[in-house]
Ligand binder design. Structure first.
Ligand code: HEC
Length: 261
């Protein structure tokens, strides 16, 4: 054994070869199981792809670097769950390219900000944070309200995401530019048609308080207002509880059976 070891240590090529073999064993053990499953993300009811307007909002969120101060990942820690709600599920970021989990919270986590505040609050806060929250460190983004969205560009993004594998239908791609306008224009005759493509829960309204234009503020608020609202976390919590109770009552049932015998 001593001789063999000496030979390996003195012969650099053999040493590199042995190291490679040993290191790859660990790698194979980690990677191989992933080849046998279709998907590493569990399917969760309620998840859908972003509507064109929400996607535009998300793109602005990334463009403006909101992620530098805000995470979108509620951890399982009690402090996180108490403050922000049900912890984030992997499925909830399955259509995020790139994901917005983040590791820095200068501001609060935004994973479930949807529905927590009014549209007006968001608009005022985004324009001038310190007018709404005293001493806020957040910069203002008033220009979002002065910048129109570009529906054709959004349509191209949707097309790219379809190509990348997100389940956008051909109809969604075809209607994308119009859907971006429809979602912020409840007065349009066919505004509601967007629900046929993205579901009943899609929020259709004038988000920025300026019905004359569809601005980046509309897109940003539409995005913020849907964050974390797709999955019914109350139902999810009830289902997990029921599962746990069923699992707990099973061994008891068995014990009774044994006693009866
Ligand atoms: C320099 C860091 C910083 C950046 C960049 C930043 N924020 Fe904030 N944000 C904060 C801080 C700090 C707070 C908490 C104080 C407040 O509410 O203004 C906050 C609060 C918020 C809130 C309220 C959350 C709640 O639960 O009350 C929202 C919504 C928000 N930010 C959205 C955004 C968006 C959208 C962007 C990008 C356009 C952004 N922020 C960029 C620091 C930042």
């Amino acid at each position: 054994m001593g001789k063999l070891h000496q030979m390996i240590e003195r012969n650099s090529i053999v040493l590199v070869l042995m190291i490679t073999i040993v290191a790859s064993i660990g790698g194979i053990i980690e990677i191989a199981p992933l080849f046998t499953i279709q998907n590493t993300v569990e399917k969760v009811e309620g998840m859908r792809v972003y509507t064109p307007l929400e996607l535009a909002g998300r793109d602005i969120y990334v463009r403006e670097g909101c992620y530098a101060c805000h995470s979108q990942m509620i951890r399982k820690l009690k402090t996180d769950v108490d403050r922000y709600g049900h912890y984030s599920l992997a499925a909830e970021s399955m259509y995020d390219r790139p994901f917005q989990w983040g590791s820095k919270r200068t501001g609060p986590d935004l994973a479930r900000i949807g529905g927590r505040r009014s549209d007006e609050w968001h608009v005022r806060h985004l324009k001038e944070p310190r007018k709404v929250v005293k001493g806020s460190l957040m910069p203002g983004y008033a220009f979002l309200a002065d910048t129109d969205i570009d529906p054709q560009r959004i349509a191209l993004s949707i097309k790219a995401l379809q190509w990348a594998g997100d389940p956008y239908t051909d109809e969604m791609v075809k209607e994308a530019a119009k859907d971006a306008i429809r979602q912020a224009s409840p007065d349009m005759d066919d505004a509601e048609s967007i629900k046929e493509r993205y579901g009943e829960k899609v929020q259709i309204r004038d988000f920025d308080g300026n019905p004359a234009r569809v601005t980046e503020m509309d897109a940003m608020v539409a995005y913020l207002q849907m964050l974390g609202t797709l999955v019914d976390t109350k139902a999810l919590r009830a289902a997990v509880k029921a599962q746990r109770q069923a699992a707990e009552s099973k061994p008891a049932g068995k014990a009774k059976e044994v006693a009866a015998r």
